[in-house]
Design a protein around this ligand. Structure first.
Ligand code: BG6
Length: 468
């Protein structure tokens, strides 16, 4: 037996998001995700939408209690802009939204679960996309900051840890480059770069507002840091991986932690005439308002190679610089199609330590989505998800090793607590420690939830055997 003891006051819990858990009940506005589902329900597995999701809006008390039973000392969710704000131009709040988030905070506090509140999880109010072009618009940045100020003013006295965005890169990548999230544009590279810059600026402005309004709190940003590994050491593949790292990882990391953007990347964007438009005042805001910590979402690595064909699209796109490489013998989660490679956690930790001044961070999402989990149910009605436990054990062993090597990591959040809705895949792949029966709404803790309780209670991962 080997015992891996984690640092004192380590955060143990999971993440979810408003649009994936609450359901759209009582919201004054539709988000782009709500609108996408209303417009094209056929895009979603089994036609399931965010309108019901897991009904966290009504069942948050029960869900928080189950999280407590799974040993959580912390939980991240997001405040939906489309629920909290009634007047999107002024940032005036909606009374029902205020009441819901107040009740959620009170319940979490009563249970001793520390909430981390995120402000944006892919869920822009749809009307802002329609009227202004969404994140392409500088005005939308100001509206987001009004929303952020309202949230900090209302809840900052009771919630001390906040994050500005979840995976802003996905908004550009999925919505403007690869066409798998609304508005489903493909290879609109110039627009994607402007969208990225505006979100980096919006984050810095929210950090500025937070530090004024909640001086004792801390604020970060959640980034999907997906290491790009080249096919081999040939110069063309190394160059492809370097570009991917700069564009997909370091753009937001540099902006959030260093207050600047990767120089080599900016040079290339300028050369291609796709550099974002920015005022000097706004660039000064980015440079002066860096985050207190980062959240790292890690699921899978990216394996890349130089393009094997010539790029034919009329418009510039980062996709012109690389293509995916299918590494032989890679381990795959077949339900999601993602490679399983826990060792990447050590590589991410090294980058943060060596290039980002070892800023405090936590693993803010990690998990394994599996289809048809009911087939693993035992006679007592409990889903025996030992594959999920094995997945977490491997990733946690790597995280522990990284901490031993000096990483300033202060917590681990799984994705997710109660099985939740997902973009495209809806309820196809289940990730939770707590199973949701969609026909009855009932919730049952899985075997992994019991395992997590022991881990969190003892602050110790116990493994029979492991080779790192
Ligand atoms: C993360 C997102 O990228 O991955 C979550 O922050 C998402 O919103 C999770 O649900 C798992 O991905 P998916 O696509 O399988 O739901």
């Amino acid at each position: 037996m080997m015992n891996f003891v984690f640092p004192e006051h380590f955060l143990w819990g999971a993440a979810s998001s408003g649009p994936q858990s609450e359901g759209s009940f009582q919201k004054p506005h539709a988000s782009v995700m709500d609108y996408w589902f209303q417009t094209r329900p056929q895009d979603f597995y089994d036609g399931a939408g965010p309108d019901q999701a897991s009904d966290f809006y009504h069942r948050y008390r029960e869900d928080l209690r189950l999280m407590k039973e799974c040993g959580f000392n912390s939980f991240r969710t997001s405040i939906q802009w489309t629920r909290l704000i009634q007047d999107l131009e002024t940032g005036a709040p909606d009374p029902d939204g205020v009441s819901f988030y107040n009740r959620l905070i009170e319940e979490a506090q009563a249970l001793g679960i520390q909430l981390i509140l995120n402000l944006h999880h892919f869920d822009l109010p749809e009307v802002l996309l329609e009227q202004y072009g969404g994140w392409e618009s500088r005005h939308v940045v100001d509206l987001y900051v009004r929303f952020a100020r309202t949230a900090f003013t209302l809840f900052g006295n009771r919630v001390s840890r906040w994050t500005t965005f979840n995976e802003p890169m996905v908004i550009a990548e999925a919505g403007y480059l690869d066409g798998f999230h609304w508005p489903k544009y493909k290879n609109r590279g110039k627009a994607a770069v402007q969208v990225m810059y505006h979100m980096a600026l919006a984050s810095a402005l929210a950090v500025k507002a937070f530090h004024e309004l909640v001086p004792d709190g801390s604020i970060g940003i959640i980034l999907n840091l997906t290491p790009a590994y080249p096919k081999d050491a040939q110069a063309e593949h190394l160059a492809a991986a370097r570009f991917v790292e700069q564009f997909y990882n370091h753009f937001f990391l540099d902006a959030a932690v260093k207050g600047s953007f990767p120089k080599e990347l900016l040079k290339e964007l300028r050369r291609q005439s796709v550099l974002f438009t920015a005022s000097d005042d706004d660039l000064a805001v980015v440079s002066e308002n860096t985050v207190d910590f980062i959240g790292v979402n890690y699921y899978h690595p990216r394996r890349v190679q130089a393009r094997t064909d010539s790029w034919q699209e009329a418009e510039w796109s980062p996709n012109a610089y690389f293509c995916d490489y299918e590494m032989p013998n890679r381990r795959i989660n077949p339900y999601r199609g993602w490679e399983i490679y826990p060792q990447a956690i050590g590589d991410i930790a090294d980058v943060i330590k060596n290039e980002y001044n070892n800023i405090p961070w936590y693993l803010s999402e990690n998990g394994m989505g599996v289809e048809h989990e009911a087939r693993f149910m035992n006679e007592a009605g409990v889903i025996c998800d030992d594959y999920r436990i094995a997945f977490y054990e491997e990733h946690l062993a790597q995280l522990h090793q990284a901490i031993q090597n000096g990483a300033a990591c202060f917590g681990f959040h799984a994705w997710t607590a109660v099985d939740c809705w997902s973009w495209n895949n809806a309820y196809k792949n289940r990730y939770g420690f707590i199973a949701l029966d969609r026909s009855t709404g009932s919730r049952t803790i899985k075997q992994s939830g019991r395992w997590f309780r022991k881990l969190a209670d003892t602050n110790t991962l116990t493994l029979e055997d492991i080779t790192l």
